[in-house]
Design a protein. Structure first.
Lengths: 182, 464
């Protein structure tokens, strides 16, 4: 552990791969080797990659459900309150609580709240917008938006050690390995 | 592309080996990225594009002039007059909203149905939806007479102490259309975020880089992000699917809830939705055929896409034909004098010529799409799409004008004729729509880059 103190603080080590399959295999190997603070980066969604790094469950569906419930309840509640309590109007002798007529706005409010909470929830859970991230210091990383795949083991991982982790990552046969400065 | 059935993208090619491929073979991550992004970043601005934008912007100027004059003089400058108080404004509103529907169908419903061919047309179809809804949204506001009070439509605690009348389908429309516009916009933006990241890295000019960088929110393709992203994307599709069906249903309620013969029909919601998709796919073809030609995207928007769109038009066109037939049948079967008169008035009344043009353009002519040779001809597809768009506009004309002009009492009958200002506003929104599309294809990737990468066989993770 002595060399850890000698080297400047870094965000982690990043390895570059050519194919999605290599990335997933490398991520599985790293997870099996005990690394937990790691992330895979790819130019398109790879279901197997999030599984490989041990990220199995997204909480976005829960956020969408709660948003939808809130939207539906507030949509109906608003109409009930307006028509029965705040501003009762006799429209063609219909009851004040004409709930079948309230279904359409209730439905639309459900969809609206569910959709918007999903979008804001997804960005919030992802910590976006994040204009700066240490990974952007690595020039090669730009190709993650194009055709290359990356695996990053973060220095915050308790098992992380610049030399050992680098040796381990070399065993994964990546195209390149780089230190990610902060 | 055609290596074996285990490759995900070729599933559809294997099932129908005689059909054109969804994507021409020989493409890689690099080629799809460069081809789509360079159309925005590298391609010089051409004379054709400038000329097209100039014409479109002239029409936008016309729209501005027509709206200004409308605000100065009131809706009396239009042809509307009791009993026909809903003229071009409502025809155009229904027509534009309908056109938007194909975009959501492609991006949401076809996603849920795992129709991967949608990946190359969903982006500009969603843009089309957004611009069409924007055009549609103008009309109720312009039609209000006092458009500066448009916010009265929304429920908010005002000092006047009044609230909207929630038993009215017109209020439902406010909710349906504004929700539709919002969800379409966020769906579109969410789809664009990873592509904005690609544009950020590819752009060379620092300002361009900064703008795309802000729009991309610092997207970095993390597996955790992608997981949440995908889960949201599929949920939004699941939410947008009932939403899109509800929007034209609610629009049809504007008519069906009333008691006017020709409006008061239970067939309206399904046949309005089918008609909406019908005209929307026609607009998709009207846009896709020139875009793929001028931007050299024939390898991504292939004949498969055009033919599939033609088939969807054929199917929805038949549903629309069934709707017309059911309306006519019920008019006679109901035994109601007024209903029967409504149909006879459509056939032989003062607007009969529009009815028969509608039958010709919406039902008879599109039947040539049964012939594979015609489906494979882009010129015929383009022409027939324009015919369908006109036909669908006429459908709304027939429904609104014919019914309103002659209702129950002959003493309250009237005649409707549009004025030049009606045509100016219609032309103006077509210009607005075209201008928005012209600008869109120059500043944003018109095809979803990351979803095209997913279509490539090498995107498949092979098990050891």
């Amino acid at each position: 552990m002595s060399h850890k103190a000698l080297s400047p603080p870094i965000y982690g080590l990043i390895a570059e791969f050519d194919t999605a399959t290599e990335l997933v295999e490398a991520a599985q190997a790293a997870y099996a080797a005990g690394y937990r603070k790691l992330d895979a980066y790819s130019p398109f969604p790879i279901e197997e990659a999030s599984e490989a790094i041990g990220f199995h469950k997204s909480r976005v569906p829960l956020v969408v459900l709660l948003g939808g419930l809130l939207g539906g309840l507030s949509g109906f509640g608003l109409q009930y309150w307006i028509n029965v309590i705040a501003y009762p109007l006799n429209i063609g002798g219909k009851p004040y609580d004409s709930w079948p007529a309230f279904i359409v706005p209730t439905f639309e409010m459900t969809i609206l709240f569910a959709g918007l909470s999903g979008v804001f929830g997804m960005f919030a859970l992802n910590g976006l917008p994040m204009p700066y991230h240490p990974l952007f210091n690595v020039d090669r990383f730009a190709r993650v938006t194009r055709d290359k795949f990356f695996l990053c083991v973060e220095a915050a991982d308790p098992k992380f050690d610049v030399v050992d982790t680098q040796r381990f990552m070399e065993s994964l046969k990546p195209l390149s390995i780089e230190e990610v400065p902060h | 592309m055609r290596e074996g059935p285990e490759e995900k993208t070729i599933l559809q090619d294997v099932a129908w080996p005689d059909e054109p491929p969804v994507m021409e073979p020989g493409q890689t991550y690099d080629t799809v990225t460069d081809q789509i992004a360079d159309a925005v970043l590298k391609r010089p601005i051409g004379l054709g594009w400038l000329a097209g934008l100039f014409i479109a912007m002239s029409l936008v100027a016309l729209l501005g002039a027509a709206a200004t004059y409308l605000f100065l003089r009131g809706v009396g400058i239009w042809g509307i007059e009791v009993p026909v108080a809903w003229g071009f404004a409502i025809i155009n509103f229904v027509w534009w909203i309908g056109i938007g529907h194909a975009g959501t169908l492609i991006s949401a419903i076809l996603l849920l149905l795992k129709q991967t061919w949608r990946n190359s047309i969903n982006r500009f179809a969603e843009a089309m939806t957004l611009f069409a809804v924007a055009c549609a949204g103008m009309f109720p506001v312009l039609h209000m007479g006092r458009p500066w009070l448009a916010y009265w439509m929304f429920p908010y605690p005002s000092s006047m102490g009044v609230w909207p009348q929630f038993r009215s389908p017109l209020v439902w429309d406010v909710f349906a259309v504004s929700t539709y516009a919002t969800i379409s916009a966020v769906f579109w933006y969410v789809g664009l975020v990873p592509d904005f990241a690609t544009m950020r890295e590819k752009a060379s000019h620092p300002y361009t880089k900064a703008v795309y960088g802000i729009l991309s929110m610092g997207w970095r393709g993390s597996a955790r992000h992608w997981k949440r992203y995908e889960s949201l994307y599929i949920l939004l599709a699941g939410l947008a699917t009932p939403l899109v069906l509800s929007v034209h249903t609610v629009v049809s309620f504007d008519f069906a809830i009333s008691i006017l013969p020709g409006w008061h029909t239970t067939i309206f919601p399904p046949y309005f939705v089918a008609g909406a998709i019908y005209s929307g796919f026609a607009m998709v073809l009207v846009l896709a055929i020139p875009i793929r030609h001028y931007y050299g995207l024939e390898n991504m928007i292939t004949m498969r896409h055009l033919q599939n769109s033609a088939k969807v038009m054929l199917a929805t066109g038949l549903i629309v034909a069934y709707g017309y037939a059911a309306e006519t049948f019920i008019a006679f079967y109901s035994g109601s004098t007024y209903e029967r008169f409504m149909v006879e008035n459509r056939w032989f009344g003062p607007y009969a010529v529009f009815y028969w043009m509608l039958i010709l353009m919406n039902i008879l002519l599109p039947q040539i799409l049964w012939v594979p040779r015609f489906r494979a001809n882009t010129k015929i597809l383009f022409g027939i799409s324009l015919v369908i768009l006109t036909g669908m506009w006429l459908e709304r004309f027939v429904i609104i004008i014919t019914s309103l002009s002659r209702d129950f009492l002959p003493s309250s009958w009237g005649h409707y004729a549009a004025t030049r200002w009606d045509y100016a506003v219609l032309a103006g929104t077509i210009g607005f729509f075209s201008a928005a599309m012209y600008i869109f294809i120059r500043i944003m990737p018109a095809i979803s880059i990351f979803e095209m990468r997913q279509l490539l066989p090498e995107s498949e993770v092979k098990a050891k």
